[in-house]
Design a protein around this ligand. Sequence first.
Ligand code: CP
Length: 359
Amino acid sequence: MKHLIDPTDLTRQETDSIIALAEDIIAHREKYRDSLKYHKLATLFYEPSTRTRLSFTSAMMELGGNVLGFSDAKNTSVSKGETVADTVRVVENFVDVVAMRHPLEGAPFVASRAAHIPIINAGDGSHAHPTQTLTDLLTIKRELGHINDITIGFCGDLKFGRTVHSLIKALTKFDGIKIILIAPPELRLPDYIKTDVCDKQNMPYREVSTIEEVIGELDVLYMTRVQQERFLDLEEFERVKDSFVLDCEKMKGAKKKMAILHPLPRVNEILPEVDEDPRAAYFRQVANGKFVRMALIYSLLKWKDDPEHASPERTDLYKDSSLQCKNPKCICNHEKVDPLFHKTDDGTVRCAYCDSKIA
Ligand code: CP
């Protein structure tokens, strides 16, 4: 059985196969209409969402399946103190697959350790958003015709942006990728992604301070929202929120064939005047999200009993009750879970749930 908790849970072949299937679904929608009849998906959303929850729902309905779940955990037994693990142990009696969004980092991982059905991470805190990554990869493929050999600029909140972290991880599986990081000092990409992901996989990156100085080099400009809910310090949020706004004037310096992506929702980082530009791909990206989630659900259920597509056993994890993760948004600081850690190649100890550095 395969869970999708982190983009690295999918091999390059599995990623390619899901993208190819999504393209086939787009071309032959009627062929897949009843392919998951009598199957059920639970959407367990502990945090607000428009695109991800509704696209999962629409995806399952279009495959002929049914959907149940919640979009506000306050109306469930979570409000009485039920843990993520127990919730999943209950819900798996009613459905075939679960998509979970949670504000606490590592919650979908906890769910996957308890479950006997596939668990899909639909976004956990600032940590990961692997189905947005599949959406982004499909969009790049459809907009440019290929994913290899591109220069991609990530702009905005690179510190807390889980979509950015996940897409950078996934891009290491492709060839000839160059990354340009466009962010204010307060919102720069975390060091562990630069060292453990980019450096380790020889994926070149550089950091700049403005869109204008690099826009002409980019095949993809990935804009992100500066998310107020990710800030512990609201003054810091007020100071940076208007930085890095894309408008038609800046677009004059861009290549003719370039794609602007954004996971959405946007606030003011892309002015509405840019929407009419043919390179503005962000609403087409939303449409792709439904098709790639159809392909993902279909694949995970098809792979369920196939050992070739099983989630690999995490032999790198070890228990150590003398260590403590200091991330206040990690599930391990809110629910009773095993004290699990892993070591990266350079000897750094990291939390197994949120990947925060421990020592
Ligand atoms: N892109 C994304 O995750 O959007 P939602 O928060 O609306 O699901």
